[in-house]
Design a protein around this ligand. Sequence first.
Ligand code: MRU
Length: 356
Amino acid sequence: MAGDAEIALTFPLSDANIPMDDDRYDHVRAVQWRGDHLRLLDQRLLPREERWIDCRNAAEVTQAIRDLAVRGAPAIGIAAAWGVVLAARQGTPLDAALGMLRAARPTAVNLMWALDRMKARAEAGAEAASLEREAQAIQDEDLAANRRMGALGAALIAPHSGVLTHCNTGSLATAGYGTALGVIRAGVAAQRIDHVYACETRPWLQGARLTMWELLRDGIDAQLIADSAAAFLMHSGAVQWVVVGADRIAANGDTANKIGTYQLAVVARHHGVKFMVVAPASTVDMHTGSGADIEIELRDAGELLGVGGVRTVVEGARAWNPVFDVTPAGLIDVMVTERGVIERPDGQSMQAAFGR
Ligand code: MRU
């Protein structure tokens, strides 16, 4: 949760003026305020089915976040902000609603950041209509940040590169356009990226089910790989960048993101492939000193013991299911936020950019 400092850009701004064909790209809006309820595209069912869920109170929003109907760090922050609006409209005690929403998932700090912002407005005396404007501002600012990061990140990528991404960081995971996937959208538009590879992202398959769905809808050619094919792909020389999002970035630059990100960073460094983290300032948590202090969500072992509701592992087997990991700052070549680009982030550069 960052301060307001401006980051000195480490490359000429003119490089970031990439023309974007916004009519071609980015049509999905998975989190929609409908005046008296929140409509969410159920991400558990994609791509098989496009079904919408209507949340009419904060408890329903909490459940949608906990059950991954809405997921992705910025998107769950935005959904939670609308959950606060619903609570205010219905006269639900705000402290109870804030506590319930805050506990929905532990790792992505955007959730806490959005709730703190709504709480501050409420404590300043804001009524429901004013809270509604705040939630809309959180949503609008996220979209603007993503477009900015897309241009900044794409400008770092040499023409005709190949990139590998992990999980889903696109329109579904944000207010729209995406973080890492925003960089990929902008990079493809600018003909800097020729080849896109997506890890399938076991066990929830956000890459296979969601990223591939988004890319194909945009007409962006992409190839899916098994998570375990990443090292061999990098060895082949087909990718020059790994581009990922983040759920929480600590004060020293350590970055929590979807499980499997850390091993991609290790393998990328081994092969001389560059590693880029793309996240809005709302993902930066300067109150968390290092990755060791980030709570990593552990989900039900059952998520690993079957596929699509069908048990694939012998009865009685146990599983360990952490759904995020921490990439040490030392493995990150560049961190892109809407404020600018930090090369090889560390405590000092993070403090300069986001310190109070
Ligand atoms: O468990 P999920 O699907 O919510 O995890 C999502 C991720 O890890 C994303 O990479 C991250 O939230 C960035 S989304 C712009």
